[in-house]
Design a protein around this ligand. Structure first.
Ligand code: NAP
Length: 317
């Protein structure tokens, strides 16, 4: 094992132009500065051993013949897996900040309770100095359905259980989570949807989950259901959402992710009164966590050991 990364090669940071400097600082805490390169880089990159990226820029991989590790700076690796020229045989990791599940849970609970307790209506009434008590009807906890029972979905499901909500969850392979009624695979989806009064998407974006939030799925939810998308924008068939809300099939939606980010100013979602838009802020990985996890995995690669937080190409996440 070579402890000094200079012996083996350099780490290329190609995260996002406005973030690369932050990442360079974070990586410098773990490796010598001279072994860090920042994209776009004019000189040769033949000695580059590892690249850290989110959506790989065009032509990136063609310049990296000695790559031994590809790291997604995000928790989702869809950007990396979908990149042109992705080399085969090089292990891929994702970054999973230990604070990510809790931070995501806080966000999801906040938007779900905003909807269920109709806090947005009180916010609107306050702008009119209006003492308008919103009638919540019977205070029966709504059934929460969670698509995806991975690191994030499991954490959120447990939190809703602790708050006293009936919780249903859906995954690709069968899962068992105390207090959560778990469903799996294609056959498990319909029965889970039929009872989900609030549906939260915490899936990774794969060919099997792209546009899963579509007209057919909305029709299978109880009338008046609410949809929360904190996965990826491409999980939602965007054109299907407004008709489903305007017909009353859905009561509304909270969206943190979009097909095009930033969401274009002219997009209908901005102005729809029943769509709550947030600018992809549910949670994020800290650069220092990314640096620590990448460097630890690089050491594992050099030692011939399996990496942590590996992304499996065949299953797509
Ligand atoms: P994860 O640990 O990889 O878990 C993924 C879950 O989805 C697993 O339960 C998996 O099933 C399930 N799944 C995958 N494909 C499926 C399919 N075709 N049918 C049914 N279930 C399927 O992922 P995570 O860490 O929880 O993260 C989930 C996603 O959240 C990320 O990929 C990312 O896109 C998104 N995210 C968003 C933000 C934000 O700020 N908005 C921040 C971080 C992450 P198995 O259990 O059977 O494997």
């Amino acid at each position: 094992v070579h402890e000094d990364p200079r012996v083996n090669g350099t780490i290329l940071l190609a995260v996002r132009r406005d973030f690369n400097a932050l990442y360079a600082e974070a990586f410098a805490q773990h490796v010598p500065r001279e072994s860090i390169r920042v994209w776009p880089f004019e000189g040769p990159l033949d000695d580059c051993e590892c690249v850290v990226t989110y959506r790989p820029p065009e032509g990136l991989f063609a310049r990296l013949p000695e790559l031994r590790l590809i790291a997604s700076a995000g928790a989702g690796a869809d950007g990396v897996l979908g990149a042109a020229g992705l080399p085969t045989g090089v292990p891929i990791m994702r970054t999973l900040d230990p604070q990510l599940p809790q931070a995501m849970t806080h966000f999801v609970v906040a938007v779900v309770l905003r909807h269920l307790r109709r806090l947005h209506e009180h916010a609107a009434a306050q702008t009119r100095a209006e003492w308008g008590r919103v009638d919540l009807g019977v205070l029966r906890p709504a059934t929460i359905g969670i698509l995806g029972l991975g690191e994030l979905g499991t954490h959120a499901a447990r939190a809703f259980v602790a708050l006293g909500y009936p919780v249903l969850g859906w995954s690709r392979t069968p899962r068992a989570i105390e207090g959560v009624e778990c469903f799996a695979g294609d056959a498990g989806l319909a029965p889970m949807l039929a009872r989900s009064e609030v549906l939260v998407c915490l899936l990774p974006l794969t060919p099997g989950t792209r546009r899963i939030l579509n007209r057919d799925l909305f029709a299978r939810l109880p009338r008046g259901a609410y949809v929360v998308n904190v996965g990826r924008g491409e999980h939602l068939a965007e054109d299907d959402l407004v008709p489903a809300i305007d017909s009353g099939q859905l009561t509304g939606a909270a969206l943190d992710v979009f097909v095009t980010e930033p969401l274009p100013a002219a997009h209908a979602f901005w102005r729809h009164p029943k769509i709550f838009v947030t600018p992809h802020v549910a949670t994020f990985n800290r650069p220092e966590q990314c640096a620590a996890q990448v460097v630890a995995n690089l050491r594992r690669v050099r030692a011939g050991e399996p990496i942590h937080n590996e992304v499996h190409r065949h299953r797509g996440y």
